[in-house]
Design a protein around this ligand. Structure first.
Ligand code: ATP
Length: 343
């Protein structure tokens, strides 16, 4: 089958990350016999400045016809772009792998490998806020059975492919009704997966253990805001946001993007770490392969991650992780590690 993939360069370092990665994005399908069409579309601050809208209809129409999207970070208009896309495409699972790579500067931890699965559609991020009086503001926290069931099931299915442990993170001792529902659903779904062990942890304890004992985690499943905060904390363990990819997964469409923002402080200097985008692309090929039963796409995604690992282990690294190479040099080194790659 032919995969249609929309590419959103985004803002700040986004266009640089994407442009140095294009070689990989074209070579990979060729090497693995995949039929892939890329379509570049606009969204973000640059698009809003030029066209008055951050997420125009022509972009949305292309996304609707695509199987997946690879997106660079977006600046001030992030809420108008990514929050809207999550809602429009019902991208309910935000998946953030936290994995150590061999990098020149010693990271806080060099032995980390777990995944945070964050519910992506509700909780306090639904945007239901209002003023009760001029001095009292209310923000509603929505936790529904449907959203809990599908995110917990996603976490357990993922754990089945890994070390078979799920840590469900909540705060049901305080938010007895909302997180009580999430915890109760987690326990009931856990019974469907007898080979996966379930651990429950309050979010404050999880924040502590992520630093002190990250090896205890395999898959963390949590609600939207807790997952947002814990995943940035966890990314610090591995040395740089420039190594942190993510996926926003729905039933029929998924969007892959670096965890970080558009890093205006280093934009235009050619030193942005491209790995977060390239690892997001690796996740995308694995997801496409699993979703559409295309084994070669899974293989391509897995091998792309190995190529990143191998290039980093030979010292091809950008300055954020202690290296002296440019974005393009690192991306080319990764490309050279792909099976049969020719310049
Ligand atoms: P935004 O307003 O878009 O969130 P920000 O600068 O506040 O931008 P991030 O973009 O997430 O937040 O960046 C946080 C820090 O991490 C910055 O110092 C940035 O330079 C650095 N950083 C983020 N991504 C990368 C990357 N890919 N390579 C190197 N450094 C990065």
């Amino acid at each position: 089958m032919k995969f249609k993939i929309a590419l959103i360069p985004g803002d700040g370092i986004g266009p640089e990350q994407l442009s140095v990665s294009m070689n990989i994005l074209y070579k990979l399908p060729k090497l693995y016999g995949l039929d892939v069409e890329y379509i570049e579309v606009e969204a973000g601050d640059g698009c809003k400045a030029k066209r008055g809208i951050a997420l125009p209809d022509d972009t949305l129409n292309i996304l609707k016809e695509s199987h997946a999207c690879l997106k660079g970070p977006v600046g001030e208009t992030a809420a108008e772009v990514i929050v809207r896309l999550r809602q429009l495409f019902d991208l309910y699972a935000n998946v953030r792998p936290i994995k150590s790579y061999p990098i020149p500067i010693p990271p806080l931890r060099s032995d980390v490998d777990f995944v945070i699965v964050r519910e992506n559609t509700e909780d306090v991020y639904r945007g239901l806020e209002f003023k009760l009086t001029p001095d009292i503001a209310i923000c509603l926290r929505i936790i529904s059975r449907r959203a809990c069931e599908r995110i917990v099931r996603y976490g357990f299915d993922l754990a089945m492919t890994r070390r078979k442990k799920v840590t469900v993170v909540h705060k049901s001792n305080v938010m007895k009704i909302s997180d009580g529902l999430f915890a109760e659903i987690s326990r009931s779904i856990a019974r469907e997966y007898p080979s996966v062990s379930l651990e429950e942890m309050y979010v404050d304890a999880a924040a502590y253990h992520i630093i002190m004992d990250p090896r205890r985690f395999d898959v963390i499943v949590t609600t939207n805001m807790f997952g947002d905060i814990l995943s940035d904390e966890a990314a610090a363990l591995i040395g740089s946001l420039g190594l942190a990819p993510s996926a926003n997964i729905g039933e029929n469409f998924a969007l892959f993007e670096p965890v970080h923002g558009c890093a205006p402080d280093i934009a235009g200097k050619g030193i942005a770490n491209p790995c977060s985008l390239i690892l997001s692309a690796s996740m995308m090929f694995i997801w496409l392969g699993r979703r559409y039963n295309v084994e070669a796409s899974i293989e391509a995604g897995i091998d792309l991650e190995k190529a990143v690992f191998n290039a980093l282990s030979e010292g091809y690294a950008t300055p954020d992780i202690g290296g002296r190479y440019s974005s393009r040099e690192v991306a080319e080194a990764i490309a050279s590690k792909l099976k049969g790659y020719e310049y």
